[in-house]
Design a protein around this ligand. Structure first.
Ligand SMILES: Nc1ncnc2c1ncn2[C@@H]1O[C@H](COP(=O)(O)OP(=O)(O)OP(=O)(O)O)[C@@H](O)[C@H]1O
Ligand SMILES: [Mg+2]
Length: 432
């Protein structure tokens, strides 16, 4: 596949990106507002489509502004009241890369990245709840052979199931017969303690305490109640989990309510539904318009989607050609500085697996050093003079070369081809 950037200003030769020659397919576009980032994204997609020699190419356009128009693209608008979305609890059944523990962990990471961090207790409780939810649906955390779908396990639980499950848990733990029995036993103990304390002080001080008689009557009543509650609890044991649940959940009601709140908020964003979005499987261009989402929600959406693409790519194995092109316009919305962050890992690890990443940002500060170095091609469309020095340093471009740029007419294209020791910075005249 090829992309023609324009002509070399020095010798008139075409400056062309060639997927079979570049060290890696990733591209970074840098430019201020109006310099043509979105315009170039459209150009990249159209030229890749035109020059692709196989029909297994798929573009994933994360369209934060809703302005990346591509003719014939399969476009879906994600918003709060959409009745489709992605299932956040869908498992990857690969024993090495997939599984329940990983899924739960990335869900927790996603929540933590986009809103206040979950507390330690909340994390533990959420993990326990989700593990139970999967287990009840037949997916066992320690048994990879249960992670795929089968006639006995026809569907993965959904976020809505997780909310229902947690609410039921709340209900059964805090109003269930086992915890009622535990509470009744606690009441008996409290009353006995009180009576003993009174008796001790009576012995010391002498005299009479009529309240003891009253307490004794209360104790008798409490004992009766406890006996009845225990009878009910014993007869009511159905899953065998009741006692563990009651003991483990002691004093955790508030934590549980907070966790349910978090899950409900996540559901409220409207991007996690069990009905998949109406993207056309025969169309090579999938455009996710996420304009209507808040910026944290955009990030959450993109992160979870990228995670699915990541694991699918690894499972698919090493590829000799590009299969997925991920387009991140306004990429500052999704970039993070941690090395193990999904976007950074994709740049580093997915080249061999046929995944190409395209970024567009104003400056270069949002990238980690290694992610920036991992972009085989960098296109400088025009950088405001306040950023120019940083840009020049990070890209190792000298001032006169930087000054070559004239928006919409002259750009710089840095490409590293296989077998070349240096990255070449081309001064490019645009054709239009
Ligand atoms: N090389 C070009 N030749 C002619 N017109 C161009 C060129 N590049 C961009 N334009 C036009 O300039 C305008 C702004 O471009 P574009 O929307 O791509 O900028 P952008 O860098 O994505 O800006 P923003 O940061 O605001 O999203 C558009 O109308 C686009 O068609
Ligand atoms: Mg733009």
């Amino acid at each position: 596949m090829q992309i023609k950037w324009g002509e070399n200003a020095v010798n008139g030769a075409p400056v062309t990106w060639d997927s079979s020659r570049v060290v890696n397919p990733h591209i970074g576009l840098f430019g201020d507002t109006g310099m043509g980032k979105t315009h170039n994204i459209q150009k990249i997609i159209n030229e890749l489509l035109e020059t692709s020699t196989h029909n297994r190419l798929r573009f994933h356009i994360f369209d934060a502004h809703g302005d990346i128009e591509i003719e014939g693209a399969s476009t879906v608008h994600f918003h709060e009241s959409a009745d489709f979305g992605f299932n956040l609890l869908e498992l990857n059944s690969d024993p090495e890369f997939g599984g329940i523990r990983k899924r739960i962990q990335s869900l927790i990471t996603a929540i933590n990245k986009t809103s206040t961090r979950l507390g330690h207790r909340q994390e533990r409780l959420l993990t326990r709840l989700l593990t139970g939810l999967y287990r009840d649906a037949g997916f066992i955390i320690t048994d990879p052979s249960t992670w795929g779908l089968s006639p006995e396990r026809p569907a993965y639980p959904t976020l809505l199931d997780a909310i229902d499950y947690s609410r039921q848990y709340l209900h059964s733990v805090y109003t269930g017969s086992t915890s009622a029995a535990v509470t009744a036993l606690q009441d008996v103990n409290k009353l006995v303690k009180l009576i003993r304390a009174r008796e001790v002080s009576l012995q010391r001080m002498g005299g009479d305490d009529p309240s003891i008689e009253k307490l004794q009557r209360d104790l008798d009543a409490a004992k009766q109640k406890a006996i009845l509650s225990y009878t009910e609890a014993v007869n009511g044991v159905s899953s065998g989990e009741e006692l563990d649940m009651a003991i483990e959940s002691e004093g955790q009601e508030e934590t549980l309510r907070a966790v349910i709140d978090r899950l409900e908020n996540l559901y409220g964003i409207g991007i996690y539904r069990s009905t998949p979005p109406p993207l056309d499987p025969r169309n090579p261009v999938w455009r996710y318009v996420i304009k209507a989402l808040e910026s944290e929600e955009k990030k959450l959406f993109t992160m979870t989607r990228l995670e699915t693409l990541f694991t699918r790519a690894i499972q698919r194995g090493v590829q000799s050609e590009i299969r997925d092109v991920v387009i991140l316009d306004e990429a500052h919305l999704y970039l993070e500085k941690e090395d193990d962050y999904i976007v950074n890992r994709m740049v580093r690890e997915l080249r061999k697996f046929g995944v190409m990443m395209v970024f567009a940002t104003h400056g270069l500060n949002d990238y980690t050093q290694s992610t920036l170095a991992g972009l085989g091609t960098k296109i400088v469309l025009g950088v405001d003079h306040t950023y120019r020095r940083v840009a020049a340093t990070k890209l190792m471009i000298d001032e006169p070369t930087m000054n070559f740029i004239v928006p919409h007419q002259r750009i710089l294209a840095q490409m590293k081809n296989r077998g070349e020791t240096n990255t070449v910075t081309h001064r490019v005249l645009l054709n239009s």
